[in-house]
Design a protein around this ligand. Structure first.
Ligand code: FES
Ligand SMILES: [Fe+2]
Length: 459
């Protein structure tokens, strides 16, 4: 590697390119199963999905299935979802479902082939004719294989690598910069999934930069130009609103809730923008925030400057939430600005965060097919205690009716990108060196795991 490449790869500020194999090669996709997915911490569900002892979910990644179980009120364990006898998958994932879920109950985990069963701690509880093994069958032979599991922000993460670093260390600096949002106090509002004919990275990258907004979501440009900074944060990355001259706009305007729009009347613009996001994204804000914005024209005089409108709105939101018994997190404007608009959590999660809500995406390979992925979009929100809606995974065909206008617009690019990446005429990605560094950073970090595909300076 030449000297220039070293400098470039520090902060990704120079124009870089990277090859298409990561998206299109079958060999690469097979290798990913071993070199990436078997080595990284990955989000496998939320704690709220397994509230009672014995509750379990499964998480499928490439050809692996992982069983995640609440073993005690304060303990979660994870196992490879395979019977140690002759390898039957222990818990069956129902056809067409996004993983299995249930409660092990008194039956424990029972293998339907020869009846071996396992307790919540993964130990063998029942095994017919043990004496036939002539005393050689130890507990190590007959227990389930454990997988590392930990939680952050209410998410359950698993890692199949026995030598993995602790989750917290893996997630930094994202974890510390996002902790003030208190995602662990949010609960599912909706969770939808669908299978796309594109690589998991193509689907994820459709949500990693606002550089695409002008062309893909032209209806939103009336609220601003969506110019954004984009940063490598170790394995992870974040972005936030900016101006083309980098910094004229108030630094606090980097987040979703700090956007005031560009119309003459900041009150009306804020109300319109919140309403439009609620209706066309179905997330990235909440009904309480939308309602508080709608009152701005009555509560503030005409000509109120945008920062004041914005401040008044946030204070109203806090008061409205307090009246509902929902605590607004202790988060400063500075903390919100530093966290920015959205995060990429390596390898396959994208989070758009707010003080009482988050919208996040997860994409995964479908088996090891480079041309297929499982895509999920989830909204979580803070609710008054006991008013959290009951949700299930909903398979939703990628129509505007099912996903609303904005996300459906993002979908419209994905399969076309996958097709285009295979074109003989495509010379390699040209990510924007300022606004799309998160994407380049994903490929830089992938290359470290895969041993191939390092971004290189654009000649
Ligand atoms: S494969 Fe599970 S009991 Fe035989
Ligand atoms: Fe988009």
């Amino acid at each position: 590697m030449n000297e220039r490449a070293d400098i470039t790869l520090e902060d990704l500020s120079e124009p870089l390119t990277f090859p298409v194999d990561a998206y299109t090669s079958r060999e690469y996709a097979e290798a990913e199963a071993d070199k990436l997915w078997a080595k990284v911490w990955q989000h496998a569900g939320r704690v709220e999905e397994i509230p009672a002892v014995g509750d379990y979910i499964t998480y499928e990644i490439c050809h692996d299935s992982i069983l995640i179980v609440r073993t005690a009120p304060n303990s979660i364990k994870a196992y490879h979802n395979v019977c140690p006898h002759r390898g039957r998958r222990l818990v069956r994932v129902p056809e067409g479902a996004n993983g299995a879920r249930g409660n092990a109950g008194k039956q424990l985990f029972f293998c339907g082939y020869h009846g071996w069963s396992f307790n919540l701690e993964g130990e063998n509880a029942e095994l017919m004719n043990r004496e036939d093994w002539q005393g050689t069958l130890t507990d190590e032979h007959t227990c389930l294989s454990e997988v590392s599991v930990d939680t952050w922000g209410g998410w359950i993460f698993v890692n199949m690598d026995p030598d993995c670093i602790p989750l917290r260390e893996y997630l930094e600096p994202a974890a510390s910069l996002l902790d003030p949002f208190e995602f662990e106090k949010m609960r599912y509002r909706f969770r939808q999934w669908v299978v796309f004919d594109c690589n998991w990275k193509v689907a994820l990258e459709a949500f990693m930069e606002p550089y695409h907004v002008a062309a893909t979501h032209p209806q939103l440009t009336k609220y601003g130009d969506f110019y954004a900074w984009s940063k490598a944060q170790g394995l992870h990355g974040n972005d936030g609103y900016d101006t083309p001259d980098h910094g004229e706009e108030d630094a606090a305007a980097t987040t979703t809730v700090h956007r005031t729009g560009k119309g003459a009347d900041a009150r009306a613009m804020m109300a319109e923008m919140q309403k439009e996001f609620w209706e066309t994204v179905g997330a990235s804000t909440t009904q309480v925030l939308v309602d508080a914005a709608a009152r701005l024209v009555d509560e503030l005089p005409e000509g109120t400057p945008a920062p004041e409108v914005h401040h008044h709105w946030l204070e109203s939101c806090k008061a409205d939430y307090a009246a509902l018994g929902v605590e607004w997190p202790q988060i400063s404007e500075g903390q919100m600005a530093e966290a920015g608009l959205a995060w990429h959590v390596f390898p396959n999660m994208s989070i758009l965060q707010g003080p009482v809500f988050a919208l996040y995406y997860r994409t995964r390979p479908h088996g090891t097919d480079p041309d297929k992925c499982i895509y999920e979009a989830v909204a979580i929100e803070r609710y008054p205690e006991g008013e959290e809606p009951a949700t299930e995974w909903l398979y939703a065909e990628p129509t505007e009716e099912n996903w609303r206008m904005v996300i459906a617009q993002d979908f419209s690019n994905m399969e076309l990108v996958q097709q285009g990446l295979k074109s003989r005429g495509f010379r390699g990605n040209l990510p924007n060196p300022y606004q799309e560094r998160k994407v380049t950073n994903l490929h830089r970090n992938l290359a470290k795991y895969m041993g191939a595909g390092e971004p290189r300076p654009l000649e």
